[in-house]
Design a protein around this ligand. Structure first.
Ligand code: AMP
Length: 255
């Protein structure tokens, strides 16, 4: 399969080509034909599966098919992401895909001055990528108006819930028009995600992509130890093996 069969127009196909993508990934092949038609989508997929292009390309296509001059402060599409790093990454991907179009996008996250973001919104953008907290700041300052939103994406929704953004998300949803396309992406499918999906998606197409297979170069070992001895074990492993760079995953932040 190629990108040419997915219903994308020439400016996007040329950009995809320039970015070196030759074949759509499974989530792109499955999601793009539905999203371009305006269907709501619930995608269960992790980072690295190509999920960004899976929602960004068809949204750009929809905006291209119904071109409108962006109104001040009123984006046509909103993409919410849990962290500023992810928001920036999505924004950069969109800028790449939109390189041959006149579609305008902006990114808004906290920890940096709000002034540049406010100016960009005032000038009018088609697509806004934002973290929930900073978007709420813009909503309070009336520098963003969601009443004309045509498409909403919640990316890494499970992470947003884990980070405690549920109240912000519910508040943001209340400011969006009922009639719009919604896309929910999550790496995992929990009862909470199911609940969120039920409240925001209409007859969604559910697309589930299996996590990437283990890389054969990685050797995996399990140590069965009591909770109280985990730290000693980790220390011994690091010291005995002389590991200079170690990535440790834990269940909770404080651990
Ligand atoms: P994502 O899962 O959206 O974070 O994408 C992971 C990485 O894969 C990014 O660096 C993308 O640029 C890249 N990527 C996404 N789709 C494709 C594709 N069809 N061909 C090649 N690279 C891709």
């Amino acid at each position: 399969m190629t990108f040419h069969t997915l219903g994308l127009s020439a400016p996007l196909l040329d950009a995809i080509d320039a970015m070196g993508y030759t074949m759509p990934t499974p989530i792109q092949a499955k999601a793009i034909p539905f999203i371009v038609k305006g269907t709501d989508v619930l995608g269960i997929a992790q980072t690295g599966t190509g999920k960004t292009a899976a929602f960004a390309l068809p949204i750009l296509e929809e905006l291209l098919q119904f071109p409108k001059r962006p109104l001040p402060n009123a984006p046509r599409a909103l993409i919410l992401a849990p962290t500023r790093e992810l928001a920036q990454q999505i924004f950069e991907a969109i800028e790449g895909f939109a390189q041959n179009t006149s579609i305008q996008s902006a990114v808004a996250y906290g920890g940096v001055s709000i002034v540049t973001q406010t100016k960009a919104l005032e000038a009018g953008v088609d697509i806004l990528v934002a973290t929930p907290g900073r978007l709420m700041d813009h909503m309070r300052q009336k520098t963003v108006d969601l009443s004309r939103l045509e498409c909403l994406v919640l990316d890494e929704a499970d992470r947003m819930l884990d980070m405690g953004f549920v109240k912000d998300i519910r508040a943001i949803l209340r400011y969006c028009p009922a009639e719009k396309q919604s896309i929910l992406l999550s790496a995992t499918m929990s009862a909470e995600i199911r609940g969120l999906a039920r409240s925001m998606l209409h007859s969604p197409k559910v697309i589930e992509i299996a996590p990437n297979k283990d890389v054969a170069l990685i050797e995996q070992t399990i140590y069965r130890v009591a909770q109280s001895r985990k730290r000693d074990l980790l220390r011994d492993l690091i010291v005995d093996n002389g590991w200079e760079q170690t990535l440790v995953f834990t269940r909770m932040k404080h651990a």
